[in-house]
Write a protein that binds this ligand. Sequence first.
Ligand code: PEP
Length: 256
Amino acid sequence: MRNKIVAGNWKMNLDYQEGISLFSEILNMVGDETRGNQQVIVCSPFIHLYNIAQQSKDSSNVFVGAQNIHQNDSGAYTGEISASQVKSTGASYVILGHSERRAYFGEDEKLLEVKLNQALKNGLNPIFCIGETKDERESGEFWDILAKQLKETVFLLSNEDFAKVVLAYEPVWAIGTGLTATPEQAQEVHAFIREEIAKNFNQEIADNTSILYGGSCNPKNAAELFSQADIDGGLIGGASLKSRDFLDIINVFNGR
Ligand code: PEP
């Protein structure tokens, strides 16, 4: 059975103290409960990683991730962070392919394939994002665009490595905009992604892949989105910065 995941993406928010205390609250509220195949992942700025990874090290359902890694092992890349450095903090995930990195830092499929391999080689599980812009949706080209984003990156991995990847469908027009894909729109794309995985790998791998929805997901719309057959949770930006909202989204899986 595939994992049900709620992942928070703090982006470039929260100072050191604010991040540590938000994480403690989240951990206290979800840490002790048995949640079977449910996982919570917090992707923080680099400054928080070591502290929060240590806080969560005894938890079986709360994990920590970074929001980026450099494509090389080490060296003269001032200001950058390598996959092994992230791993050494105790973090176990990294977001790759986020639309903000694609748009503002020019990250394309070719670079993302290298970063995916860097992450996996260093024991980090990628949370890999794909998604279309508003123009791409309106022109109807988005099916081809999503297929290409998969084909040139995660679909080049071995079966064994792909099994470590969590996918996130994040329509770019819905990120941070307050616009959300309808549950039907999101389900349609998630089902398409799962079919593509089955074609590229096999049905068993497709059935075991967690595919998260991201884009203005909040406590009000999460239940309907997560009730769709192929939506296995969410990647949450803005609403992950407030413990109550994030907890309410996590609790959707517990039906309370
Ligand atoms: C994100 O950045 O991955 C995201 C989904 O942001 P928001 O929830 O704020 O739209």
